[in-house]
Design a protein around this ligand. Structure first.
Ligand code: DGJ
Length: 738
């Protein structure tokens, strides 16, 4: 079994395929981390019994608490800080009970091991089932404060063949008074003693997910977002590796991600002893949780694990886990459909006739899901009016959406609609009726961004109102896809929910999405937040795909894709082919390059396709058919980054099917210099003695060689010219066992 308890050492051993994680309840009840180690090392951290039982966390062998609390820990970061209204226990003679007690010391009470019989979704959904998981186990460790009737339960759900442990924390107040929680993490993870580097993604609007590596220096290194979305500037995942010890393909990499879409932080700390840990959970800046007597709070999850095959191995584990356990089940298709989105074609200028023209052109080239973007509702003719009024505009659609949707369905496509449910323009019927429904502090300025304000999801009536508006849209129209957008960052978080608004907002978004999906099982949702501002494992539990950036320039996108791919699965990465003359960067890029970059995830088209020439339409059709041929591997396969754009000017991806008999090779040279050869890269993970056929989008055979040869020589490096100057070249190849 994956979880074992030894009564002799009072320790828990959690075993996954490639690593082992050990926890010990010490004689005095303190729950401490013993160690974690890759299984390939052949050893298991056993017990701390031979180490001095130091109280002080900076002493060698000092306690590395599984959940460090303010009280047990005084000089370094903590995962939980609670304040009790008055003392329990004995007071010194004459001592007054007048100070809140900010002191929490948790001790082991009991534990249980639960078995979760649910199989991996892969068995149900994937064309090529991977080793199917039949049982997942969850360890629950019960802790209690030394005096107060305050309980904490630590959860560890183990998915062995994915090398993943999911952690979350439940706190329960059984005292008679309110307990103020001043800081709360979902979990803490300790790394083996050492010096580490942190690889993660950082950026900004239109430049999300830029891969970054930096040292975890002594002291605290923090990734955080105080917001109502996940954030553009940093994303809640990490790959941590011992300095100089890991590459893309080799070495131990400790990975982790928070399943949460709001105010989050990942705080890495290296102590003077070189003991290093990360505490991940709610961001502390404006945090408070009042736990009433009898109340319980359960945190979102912190997913973590260890890969023994480099950064690539860590990404593959996160991808597989997200595909099979995080992303919602499939609806109509096993594969993500090819999408059309109207935004860059029409912007706000949407009309029934115009959209019908686009839909006909989309169906002709092979699109399967037609999504009408912003501009279809209320008085929304630009970004200054109408947000919040989720009724079809009678000016643009005099007969409602029915003629358009009927035509889309007649053409054999599904229909989707853009919404931005959390927002309101002051120039809207909703705001005129309910000016008090927005986040603000009474008597203080109400900041607008993109002419919009944020609805107060701290109010249950507001959340319910928005749910009913969206539910009505789906009930009255054949809508099977929402693009759920969120286009501003938060200011003035004044709410009836007080400081709790940070959590309430995210809970409101999750609640609406969950209710919609339950009421409408065929509905898919795309997460968008001014591009890639809301991508994390929490939103991906509710959304089938995500928009990684408003920047659709194929060259800029290569960086974004490389960074996104560090943690998130390709099937959720929506990518559009847009105009030759890019709207964001003004750069002209060939159709080949635009398709090659967009085919690395779930393909979408965002051009003004009703203006294409017949030749252009034929090229679009051919490339979309090619994508349909390769997409089961792109969307469900294992990614190997053969070359990272951050290491040079080349990005080469290879995505391999679970049975290793099919793969997609995608190479982009972003800036080729005169005289520089296009480099060749050895393929990985093929069957050495099996003969593979290498073909291009025309199904032209380029090679027929054994896998061993492809893994030793790669494919020829003569990536075709992008046709618009020699500096940008790309190619996508399909490689299949004969
Ligand atoms: C921001 C999104 O990222 C775009 O794709 C588009 O939907 C606009 N919002 C619409 O306002």
């Amino acid at each position: 079994m994956s979880i074992a308890f030894s009564a002799e050492t009072s320790s828990f051993t959690l075993r996954v395929r490639s690593s082992v994680y050990v926890i010990e309840a010490r004689a005095d009840g303190r729950l401490v981390h013993v160690g974690s180690a890759p299984a390939s090392g052949g050893w298991t951290p056993t017990s701390l019994s031979q180490y001095p039982d130091a109280d002080y966390i900076w002493e060698p062998g000092g306690p590395r608490y599984e959940l460090p609390t303010f009280g047990d820990v005084a000089h370094s970061d903590v995962a939980l800080k609670a304040s009790f209204p008055g003392a329990t226990g004995d007071l010194a003679p004459g001592e007054a009970n007048h100070v809140p007690v900010r002191d929490l010391r948790l001790r082991y009470v009991s534990h249980e091991i639960r078995t979760d019989a649910a199989p991996a979704l892969s068995a149900k959904h994937q064309q090529l089932p991977r080793e199917s998981s039949t049982q997942r186990q969850t360890l629950v460790i019960h802790l209690r404060d030394i005096g107060y009737d305050f309980h904490v339960r630590l959860f560890y759900r183990v998915t062995p063949e994915y090398d993943v442990i999911e952690r979350w924390t439940e706190i329960e107040n059984r005292t008679n008074g309110e307990v103020k929680i001043e800081s709360l993490a979902f979990g803490a993870v300790h790394f083996p003693i050492g010096d580490y580097d942190l690889t993660h993604a950082a950026g900004s609007w239109a430049r999300e997910f830029i891969p970054t590596t930096r040292p975890i220096a002594q002291g605290v290194t923090m990734l955080a977002q105080q917001g109502l979305n996940t954030g553009h500037s940093v994303n809640p995942f990490y790959l941590v590796h011992e300095r100089g010890q890991a590459t893309e393909h080799a070495g131990n990499v400790y990975f982790g991600a928070l399943a949460y879409s709001g105010n989050w932080s990942l705080r890495f700390e290296q102590l003077p002893t070189r003991a290093t840990h990360v505490i991940g959970g709610y961001e502390q800046t404006d945090f408070e949780l009042i736990l009433a007597p009898g109340a319980t709070h359960t945190t979102p999850a912190f997913v973590h694990g260890v890969a023994d095959d480099g950064l690539g191995g860590a990404s593959r584990r996160l991808h597989a886990f997200a595909r099979d356990y995080i992303l919602p089940g499939f609806t109509d298709d096993q594969l993500r459909p090819v999408l059309y989105n109207s935004w860059e074609a029409t912007y706000f200028d949407v009309s029934a006739d115009g959209q019908i023209k686009l839909a006909r052109a989309a169906a002709e080239i092979g699109v399967e899901l037609f999504c009408m973007d912003d501009g279809w509702f209320g008085a929304r003719r630009n970004d200054r009016a109408g947000l919040g009024d989720w009724v079809v505009s009678p000016d643009q659609f005099p007969q409602g959406l029915k003629p358009l949707i009927d035509e889309v369905l007649r053409l054999g496509m599904r229909f989707g609609l853009w919404v931005e449910p959390e927002m309101v323009n002051p120039d809207s019927d909703l705001y005129r009726a309910h000016p008090d429904w927005i986040l603000h502090f009474p008597g203080r300025p109400r900041t607008e961004r993109r002419n919009q304000m944020i609805l107060d999801f701290g109010r249950a009536d507001v959340v319910d109102f928005i749910y009913r508006a969206l539910d009505t849209l789906v009930r009255e129209n054949d809508i099977t896809f929402f693009k759920w957008d969120m286009n501003r960052y938060s200011t003035e978080p004044g709410s009836s929910a007080g400081v709790g608004i940070w959590r309430k907002h995210v809970e409101g978004v999750y609640d609406i999405m969950d209710r919609l999906r339950t009421a409408h099982p065929r509905l898919d949702i795309q997460s968008c937040s001014g591009g890639g501002g809301r991508i994390d494992l929490g939103i991906l539990q509710r959304c089938d795909q995500a928009w990684t950036s408003d920047n659709t320039d194929a060259i800029d996108r290569v960086w974004i894709e490389d960074g996104y791919s560090l943690a998130y699965p390709l099937r959720a990465m929506e990518c559009w082919v847009t105009h030759e003359h890019n709207h964001q960067t003004n750069r002209r890029l060939s159709l080949d390059l635009r398709f090659d970059v967009a085919m690395r995830g779930t393909l979408g088209i965002g051009t003004n396709i009703d203006r294409l020439t017949d030749d252009e339409k034929a090229s679009y059709s051919r490339k979309i058919s090619f994508y349909k041929r390769i997409r089961s591997v792109v969307q469900n396969g294992d990614l190997h980054r053969l070359a990272n754009v951050r290491d040079g000017n080349v990005s080469v991806w290879q995505v391999v099917s679970a049975d290793r008999r099919q793969c997609v090779y995608s190479a982009v040279v972003v800036d080729q210099r005169q005289g520089q050869h296009t480099p060749m890269y050895r393929l990985r993970s093929l069957l050495p003695d099996t003969v593979y056929r290498v073909t291009d989008e025309h199904n032209k055979e380029l090679l027929r060689v054994p896998g061993g040869q492809l893994m030793s020589l790669g494919v020829p490096g003569d990536a075709r010219s992008a046709g618009l100057g020699r500096s940008m070249r790309s190619r996508t190849l399909w490689i299949e066992a004969v």
